[in-house]
Ligand binder design. Structure first.
Ligand SMILES: Cc1cc2nc3c(=O)[nH]c(=O)nc-3n(C[C@H](O)[C@H](O)[C@H](O)COP(=O)(O)O)c2cc1C
Length: 204
């Protein structure tokens, strides 16, 4: 397999896993995952990410109580083998510290996928509770958590917008915007009228 095919395969294979078997992640695999994060690019090479690896079962269960998926508590975090809390230091020398931390997280999830380890980003969490629980200094910003573990079952593949709906060449063509993927598409005369209004006012 060509290197480019391998990379695309891993990118496509990564899923958000919300059912883990509770098994721990071998130290050597965890270190590879963290190493992939460490080699992420960052603004001014400031490397503003600070990572907290949690493997203690009680602590994972307590973290799960502070995390949400839609309106529900993220029980799967409690069943994960580990959670990595991605923090960023806004004073580390990069104005793009949020982006930097997100890229480090992406590297980690892709490395995990290549190792047969599932992952799930958690962007909805109780910031202050997590900070208190994990002794995170106030000046750091928690960007996200990533739960890592071994999948139970098989997660379905959420659809992606086609390239034709998201890529614009040379100039931005607002008429072809696909809208929000989860929004139900309406049809009929009102939708045509709505579309016309949106084009006139340059809105989606
Ligand atoms: C920044 C970010 C925050 C997310 N937050 C959550 C979350 O709080 N809980 C959760 O279960 N999934 C979360 N997800 C996972 C998304 O729901 C998921 O990536 C999306 O539905 C596409 O599915 P896929 O990852 O399997 O391709 C998050 C993903 C990203 C990138």
């Amino acid at each position: 397999m060509k290197e480019s095919d391998i990379i695309l395969d891993i990118i496509k294979k990564r899923r958000s896993i919300r059912k883990f078997d509770g098994a721990g992640i071998p130290q050597v695999a965890m270190e590879q995952i963290l190493e992939a994060g460490r080699w992420a690019p960052s603004g001014a090479n400031a490397q503003p990410w600070r990572l907290i690896v949690v493997t203690n079962r009680e602590k994972l269960a307590a973290i799960a109580e502070c995390c949400y998926y839609k309106v529900f508590k993220s029980r799967h975090v409690g069943e994960a083998g580990a959670a990595v809390v991605i923090c960023a230091d806004p004073d580390a020398g990069s104005q793009t510290y949020v982006l930097d931390a997100a890229i480090a997280g992406t590297n980690m999830t892709l490395m995990a996928t290549s190792l047969g380890i599932g992952s799930c980003w958690i962007g909805a969490f109780e910031d202050q509770n997590l900070k208190a629980m994990l002794h995170i200094p106030e000046r750091l910003k928690i960007i996200a958590l990533i739960a890592f573990g071994y999948e139970v079952g098989k997660a379905s593949v959420p659809p992606r917008l086609p390239l034709s709906g998201i890529v614009h060449y040379e100039t931005y063509d607002a008429v072809d915007e696909p809208g929000i993927i989860t929004k139900k598409k309406s049809s009929g005369p009102f939708s045509v009228y709505g579309k016309l209004l949106r084009v006139l006012f340059n809105k989606r």
